[in-house]
Design a protein around this ligand. Structure first.
Ligand code: TRP
Length: 548
């Protein structure tokens, strides 16, 4: 709570900051998820929709997060605490609404969710906007718990490839192997443990010599590996069919569901909605240009996702496989693809190493959010916070890891699961899926929604713009039309003529477009708004169901 701004550690410069933020953004989402959802949603057309979501919603919200962080020099909770008004009518209304909804559920004897909502309503009523930051910190726990399980599988596969065990003649054999691997608690929990330890080691060292240093080492390595894989993939005989699938838009595949998937993924991929970018933004100095930094991070993230598709699809098609294998695409189809090409074990090793590096730089950003909160707000030492919460995340993730493999031989967990089922009356989803669902479908969209409403309406675009202009003076003054026309310094603009500027466009996006789009997407995913009446909105299949 003390004002520790003067001693706060900062990135050493723009490059370090951009690479760290890009490291957070580039993760399993780009290399594991983006290719398979593209494969499921019809290739090129989906890619176009995704690019649109990134440009119209992702980038404007990312600027908001960086700005909130840099302005307050705080973690998400501290940032909202510092900028939110003492009493907020909106927060009271929302709090009261949530409270009422909870009472309503209790009336219908839905005890678990009823109690959760009543508690949440009271918290929102009492703490107002700070709740959004707190939700972000909580999301840090829930996301990292399942994220590090998948990262653990990747780590295991790097090892298995190195010792030559990742060699399957058929997809079925690869599938069996994957199931056996992920269902084996020693492997699953063990690899998850090693991954969390790696994250803790980096966050432990702090901003400059931990996160920044490792991002500067790992991001170039990632790019090189990806380039090598693309070259290998594109030079396979028959690769062009994959390229065609990937780059030819088939607009008949586009429907509301596709658009919403693209929007949700844009948020996840850019690490938005939980304050990861607020936290990273809080280590930027005021001389840095937030506008160009945001553009660089967004561009790098998008580039790597597109490149991952280019590494995967040509190889998949060249070897005669289908691109719509879902979450198993990377863990089941690819090992079989590698089997068929010369030096396959080597390429498999490189690929899973790539995936591991991507996951690591994202994992540290999630742990950093939690760590920063306990350091700033609770006065913990960074070392303690990193180790203690790394440990907590390991435990939570261990539950996720074993829940994937069915928990029948874990009697205690079975009981716990039954209790949870009784109280919350939810589906039979595993703990892994629950954490995934809670984070991706609830915390992140709600966080993104409130962040843009907060910047657009409560703190105000005017104050935010003042902050953005430090270090990027012309962000607000560039006339968008002139910029496109290449006439940015035309003297006619100094006469006070009002025109569409980057800043005004951004303000409109933040106040209207992002909140509305995210709200619609959110209501759709939770099933309160059905935009695709012909096909029931299919919730994204969790990895485990593919595995079975
Ligand atoms: N963006 C990462 C990915 O694409 C995941 C991630 C890291 C993330 N930090 C986040 C997602 C914060 C949401 C919020 O894999």
């Amino acid at each position: 709570m003390s004002d520790n701004t003067p001693s706060r550690e900062h990135w050493s410069g723009a490059l370090g900051f951009i690479l760290a933020a890009a490291g957070s953004a580039i993760g399993l989402g780009n290399i594991w998820k983006f290719p398979y959802i593209t494969g499921e949603n019809g290739g090129g057309a989906f890619v176009l929709v995704y690019l649109l979501c990134i440009a119209v919603i992702g980038a404007p919200v990312m600027i908001c997060e960086f700005t909130l962080g840099r302005r307050t020099q705080r973690n998400p909770v501290g940032a909202f605490k510092a900028l939110a008004p003492k009493t907020s009518v909106l927060a009271h209304i929302v709090g009261a609404g949530v409270l009422l909804a909870g009472l309503f559920l209790l009336l219908f004897q839905s005890w678990g969710w009823g109690a959760v909502l009543v508690g949440l309503g009271l918290i929102i009523f009492r703490y107002g906007w700070t709740t959004v930051g707190a939700m972000g910190v909580l999301a840090g726990f829930t996301i990292l718990s399942f994220y590090s399980v998948v990262a653990g599988w990747t780590l295991g596969y790097v090892w298995k490839a190195a010792v030559g065990q990742l060699d399957f003649a058929t997809v079925d054999a690869a599938k069996d192997y994957f199931v056996e691997f992920t269902f084996n608690p020693y492997w699953a929990v063990g690899c998850h443990f090693v991954f969390v330890v790696l994250c803790v080691l980096i966050v432990y060292r702090g901003i400059k010599s931990g996160i920044e240093r490792w991002s500067k080492i790992l991001m170039p390595v990632l790019l090189l590996i990806l380039l090598a894989l693309i070259i290998r993939s594109l030079t396979l005989p028959g690769a062009m069919e994959g390229v065609r699938f990937y780059l030819t838009p088939d607009f008949s595949k586009i429907n509301t569901g596709t658009v919403l998937t693209a929007l949700g993924h844009a948020f996840f991929s850019l690490s938005l909605g939980m304050g990861a970018m607020i936290t990273y933004g809080s280590y930027i100095s005021r001389e840095e240009n937030l506008f160009t930094s945001t553009l660089s991070v967004v561009a790098l993230d998008t580039l790597i996702a597109l490149m991952a598709g280019l590494a995967i699809f040509p190889a998949v098609f060249a070897q005669g496989f289908q691109p719509d294998a879902g979450p198993g695409l990377v863990f089941q189809v690819l090992p079989t693809v590698f089997h068929q090409i010369p030096l396959g074990a080597f390429w498999a090793f490189l690929f899973f190493l790539l995936l591991l590096i991507a996951a690591l730089t994202s994992g540290i950003s999630l742990l950093e959010v939690v760590t920063a909160y306990f350091v700033d707000e609770r006065g913990w030492k960074r070392h303690h916070a990193a180790v203690v919460f790394g440990g907590a995340i390991f435990l939570l993730g261990a539950l996720c890891a074993v829940s994937v493999g069915g928990i029948s031989d874990w009697t205690r967990l079975e009981t716990l699961h039954e209790v949870l089922l009784k109280v919350f009356g939810s589906t039979k989803a595993s703990f892994f899926d629950t954490m995934d669902n809670l984070s991706t479908n609830w915390f992140l969209p709600l966080g993104g929604l409130f962040i843009s409403v907060f910047v657009g309406w409560v703190w105000g675009t005017k104050h935010a713009l003042d902050e953005i202009r430090h270090g990027s003076r012309n962000f607000g003054d560039v006339h968008l039309v002139s910029l496109l026309a290449g006439l940015r310094d035309d003297p006619s603009h100094s006469s006070g003529v009002h025109a569409l500027t980057l800043a005004s466009l951004w303000g409109i996006f933040i106040r209207f477009i992002s909140p509305v789009a995210v709200l619609i997407a959110f209501l759709h995913t939770i099933g309160w708004l059905n935009l695709t009446p012909q096909a029931a909105p299919a919730p994204e299949p969790p990895p485990i169901e593919e595995a079975q």
